[in-house]
Design a protein around this ligand. Sequence first.
Ligand SMILES: *Cc1c(COP(=O)(O)O)cnc(C)c1O
Length: 235
Amino acid sequence: MTSIQHNLQQLRQRIRAAATQCGRDPEEVTLLAVSKTKPASAVREAIAAGQLAFGENYVQEGVEKIEALAAHPEVQWHFIGPLQSNKSRLVAEHFAWCHTVDRLKIAQRLSDQRPASLPPLNVLIQVNISDENSKSGIMLEALPELAQQVAALPRLRLRGLMAIPAPESDHSRQLAVCQQMADAFRQLKQHYPDVDTLSLGMSDDMEAAIEAGSTMVRIGTAIFGARDAARNPQQ
Ligand SMILES: *Cc1c(COP(=O)(O)O)cnc(C)c1O
């Protein structure tokens, strides 16, 4: 067994345990494998081990991998990095999902640029739930208005919310933040029938995120190993 295959099995077990422990169906939680900075060969190994959803942070790098793995149309590509306007076309043309919509301008561009030959782009609105140092994501107060605007765009499908909480080691404090996101997610769901995805939880807060109601956890290092910092392109 390769280590990627082994790591995936362990993670699926960890997700199953976390879900079962709080009385949730493990099938409700999707594992998004974050493959940023990792070569297409590593993604191919994960595909061989049954992994089908991958997250990329850097537009150009992601597009190169999507093209290198075009023989696997069953694979679903998620853009999860900060998105600049001048890169939106590549996301609209190549990805199935974008998790980091946080302003109308970028949503409008993604909708305008989504090719007619593809289904609508699935989008999540990124919420800045606890990280004062981050400029990514909107405040919760701004969510109803942006959600309404995004849901009205013809080539986007609003599927839910995403957040990257500030690092926090205490489980109960992690849980409190995750529950704020879960509350916002439940409210959003009541207004928009297509909303079904809460992208929340990374290696260190996965259990708290699942307990709160996350439907998608984003994990990189625990699957593919540590990233070489020198290979991390700056955007
Ligand atoms: C890199 C990244 C992850 C995965 O982080 P790891 O520490 O490698 O598990 C998850 N979400 C986002 C938005 C990321 O940028």
